[in-house]
Design a protein around this ligand. Structure first.
Ligand SMILES: C[S@@+](CC[C@H](N)C(=O)[O-])C[C@H]1O[C@@H](n2cnc3c(N)ncnc32)[C@H](O)[C@@H]1O
Length: 338
C-alpha cells in the first residue's frame, strides 16, 4: 500500500524530514501547522503526530485529491474499495476499447493496454461517484490510488515533461491502494487548492511551512498527465509531451518571485515561519537557476522578525551524488514580531 512519500516528485522534502522536523520542534511552539506549498504532503505526513490542526495546500488538482485520499477524516467502506480494485485488476486489458488515455498516452507514457485500463478505471470512478455507488472519501481514496499506481509505472524519469523514447513499453500497471491516515479524535485537517498568496490572507496558524518552487520549472507542466487524469475534462493536447493548455503557472517560477515571496511573508498571520531553500543558484542549466537569492530570502524574513538560518551540505542527504559545488540545503526559522 502506498504512503504519501512513495512518490517521485521534484523537490520532495522526504529525505530531509528528520533534520527539518527536529529544527521545527526545537525552535517553534504551537498547535496549528500550515503547509503552504505542500507538494506530496510528506512534510505534513512526517509531522502528523506533532500538532492538533493541519492546514495543507497546493494549487495542483492531483495534490488536492491525494491529500483528501490520505487525510480527509470521513467514513469509507474498505471492503467495498478492495472489491472495486480487485475487479479492475481482473479485467483483461487487451480486450478493452480505446479511450482518452490510450489514444493520447498509449505507447508513450504507458503501454497501450495499460493505458486502456487506466482510462477505463478513471471513467468508471467518475460514473460511480455520480451514481452514488461510492461516497466522496471512497472516490478520493480510489482516485489517489490510481494516481500513485500510474506514477509508479509511467515511462518517464519521474516527471511528465517527456516520455522515454523506447519501442516496446512493458505492461506493468497494477491498480494498488493508498493507505489512508487515521488521525486522533482531537486532530483536524483542512485541505485547500488555492494560490498560496490568496490563501495566506485567510489563514491563522502557529507555524507556516514555506517550500515554494525556486526555479523556472512549472509543477503544473511537469505533472500535467496526473493533472489531466485527475480533472478528467479530456482537453485537446499539444506537442510531443501531450500537454494541455497552460493552467496554474506559478509566479514563484518567474522573475517576479522575490516580490511575490515578500507579499506572502507580509500576509502570513502566524507565530513562526519556516522556509526551506537550496542554492542551485549557481547551476549551469538556466531552468534550474534560482529566481530568489539567499540574501533576498533572509532580508525579507528579517523584516518580519528574528530569523535563524540552519544549513546542511546536500550530499549529506544524497550520498554525494551531486556535481554542484557547495550545494547546501537551508532552513530559515523566523519568530514573527510584527
Ligand atoms: C518544492 S514543491 C513542495 C514540495 C513539498 N514540500 C514536498 O516535500 O513534497 C513546491 C509546490 O508548490 C506548488 N505551488 C507553486 N506555486 C504555487 C502557488 N502560487 N500556490 C500554491 N501552490 C503552489 C507546486 O505545485 C509544488 O507542489
Amino acid at each position: 500500500m502506498f504512503n504519501m512519500y512513495n512518490r517521485r516528485y521534484t523537490g520532495s522534502k522526504y529525505k530531509l524530514m528528520e533534520w527539518i522536523r527536529s529544527l521545527i520542534i526545537d525552535n517553534c511552539n504551537g498547535k496549528t501547522f500550515f503547509d503552504v506549498f505542500a507538494g506530496t504532503g510528506v512534510v505534513t505526513e512526517y509531522m502528523i503526530n506533532d500538532y492538533q490542526k493541519y492546514i495543507i495546500n497546493d494549487f495542483l488538482y492531483s495534490n488536492e485529491v491525494i491529500y483528501k485520499g490520505f487525510l480527509l477524516q470521513k467514513n469509507y467502506d474498505i471492503d467495498k474499495i478492495i472489491k472495486i480494485v480487485e475487479t479492475f485488476n481482473n479485467i483483461n486489458r487487451t480486450h478493452l476499447e480505446e479511450n482518452y488515455v490510450s489514444v493520447n498516452f498509449g505507447d508513450k507514457y504507458f503501454n497501450k493496454d495499460d493505458a486502456k485500463l487506466i482510462g477505463k478505471i478513471r471513467e468508471e470512478l467518475e460514473s460511480d461517484i455520480k451514481k452514488n455507488i461510492i461516497n466522496s472519501k471512497e472516490y478520493y481514496i480510489l482516485l489517489s490510488s490510481l494516481l500513485f499506481s500510474i506514477d509508479k509505472i509511467a515511462n518517464t524519469c519521474g516527471h511528465y515533461d517527456a516520455y522515454r523514447k523506447i519501442d516496446n513499453i512493458d505492461s506493468k500497471f497494477k491498480y494498488e491502494l493508498i493507505l489512508p491516515k487515521k488521525l486522533n479524535k482531537n486532530q483536524k485537517v483542512e485541505i485547500y487548492r488555492e494560490d498560496s498568496n490568496i490563501l495566506a490572507k485567510k489563514i491563522k496558524a502557529d507555524i507556516a511551512f514555506i517550500d515554494p518552487p525556486y526555479n523556472s520549472r512549472q509543477y503544473s507542466r511537469f505533472y500535467h498527465v496526473l493533472e489531466n487524469i485527475t480533472k478528467w475534462e479530456k482537453p485537446e493536447l499539444y506537442g510531443t509531451a501531450l500537454k494541455p493548455k497552460e493552467e496554474n503557472m506559478s509566479e514563484y517560477c518567474k522573475s517576479s518571485a522575490p516580490k511575490i515571496f515578500k507579499d506572502l511573508i507580509e500576509k502570513l498571520n502566524v507565530k513562526y515561519i519556516v522556509v526551506t531553500y537550496n542554492n542551485t543558484y549557481n547551476s549551469k542549466s538556466s531552468s534550474s537557476k534560482n529566481k530568489i537569492t539567499l540574501k533576498e530570502i533572509k532580508d525579507i524574513l528579517d523584516e518580519k522578525g528574528d530569523t535563524k538560518v540552519f544549513d546542511k551540505p546536500y550530499k549529506f542527504f544524497n550520498a554525494g551524488k551531486t556535481e554542484l559545488k557547495n550545494h547546501k540545503e537551508y532552513v530559515f526559522i523566523t519568530k514573527v514580531e510584527k
